[in-house]
Write a protein that binds this ligand. Structure first.
Ligand code: ASP
Length: 331
């Protein structure tokens, strides 16, 4: 474990001990005091950063660092998901993502803040951080979604650099795939590492982000659930937030993340809401050979996760430190 991680975990544990009265607040750093005070003062607010898939631990650590330093949930989710976007080893997100059937890496991403503002890019090529372009769409335009060439031109006009995102490793796999050209998603292994990250900051505000290179070897032009507000991600600051991963078409057909948030609004726990959204897919569609996983938090910082197949997991950071957990599943 890196020193940085150790430090963050120790800081977080310190804050937690303070919050439950084991460590005096005076013994803590300013950041720890701030987080501890929030936890002490409001039963309804528990800062947290939580993301799909346990390999995204580093993303939740980066997001938690923003929150612990008093930053906004919006900054936290953006900084968090930029970690896998820049990681060439992560073949489902950003740089290093697996290409489509034409050998092109095309990216989808969206972001949403506590006021209900949102921005999204889809079918975007050549830009390493689509989440930051999505944030610019949200903040600098009157629109919600930009796609393809228009999204690229917009990104370039905002100073983003045009880059080759196809790494040698992903190119080699693609060349292997071309020998049979079979298009069949492999449950939990191929292209199911989309990151959806939700955060609650010290003020109790919630934001969410979702970013992916989508299903590997998809048709050129295909857009999945991940950049669609309400499908791959949805946040309502009064209620909570939800993110999705897995076969995007199944999520799109049920507008899964919006459904999860609405179920929480009606009183369900995050866990029960995720279960109902998975059950909805199972009731309406062929589901036995696909994976879909939902992850949700409510305004109190409680979380839940559920998937069709076993194997879905998630990573989180809060005042107690960082950890990963396996989700329960339908099958
Ligand atoms: N949901 C993403 C998509 O359909 C892929 C994934 O999460 O595996 O593009």
């Amino acid at each position: 474990m890196s020193n940085r991680r150790n430090f963050l975990q120790k800081s977080a544990i310190g804050s937690f001990l303070t919050a439950i009265g084991i460590l005096p607040i005076a013994a803590c750093s300013t950041t720890e005091k701030a987080v501890a005070t929030v936890v002490n003062n409001s039963k309804r607010t528990k800062p947290i950063a939580i993301a799909t898939w346990n390999q995204n631990e580093a993303a939740t650590v980066a997001a938690w660092k923003v929150i612990a330093e008093g930053g906004s949930a919006l900054d936290a989710v953006e900084q968090g998901v930029k970690v896998p976007e820049a990681d060439p080893e992560d073949q489902s997100v950003g740089y290093g993502g697996r290409p489509d059937r034409d050998g092109k890496v095309t990216l989808d991403a969206c972001i949403m803040d506590e006021k209900g503002n949102c921005g999204s890019v889809c079918f975007l090529q050549h830009i390493k951080h689509p989440i930051s372009v999505a944030r610019k769409v949200m903040e600098d335009t009157p629109h919600v979604i930009l796609s393809g060439e228009g999204a690229l031109q917009f990104a370039l006009s905002k100073g983003f650099k045009k880059e080759n995102l196809l790494t040698e490793a992903s190119k080699k796999e693609y060349q292997e795939w071309l020998k049979n050209t079979e298009y069949k998603p492999v449950i939990n292994i191929e292209n199911h590492d989309t990151i959806g990250l939700l955060a609650i900051d010290q003020k109790g505000d919630i934001s969410g982000a979702c970013t992916t290179s989508g299903m590997a070897y998809k048709l050129h032009g295909r857009v999945g659930d991940s950049p669609i507000i309400g499908a791959g991600m949805f946040v309502d600051n009064e209620v909570g937030g939800a993110v999705a991963t897995g076969v995007g078409e199944a999520v799109l057909k049920t507008l899964g993340s919006f459904l999860v948030v609405e179920l929480m609004r009606q009183g369900r726990t995050p866990q029960a809401a995720c279960e109902e959204a998975v059950n909805r897919i199972a009731k309406k569609q062929e589901f036995k050979d696909i994976q879909v996983g939902y992850l949700a938090i409510n305004k109190a910082g409680e979380y839940g996760a559920y998937s069709i197949q076993p194997g879905f997991n998630f990573a989180l950071n809060d005042v107690e430190g960082g950890k990963t957990e396996d989700a329960k599943s339908l099958l």
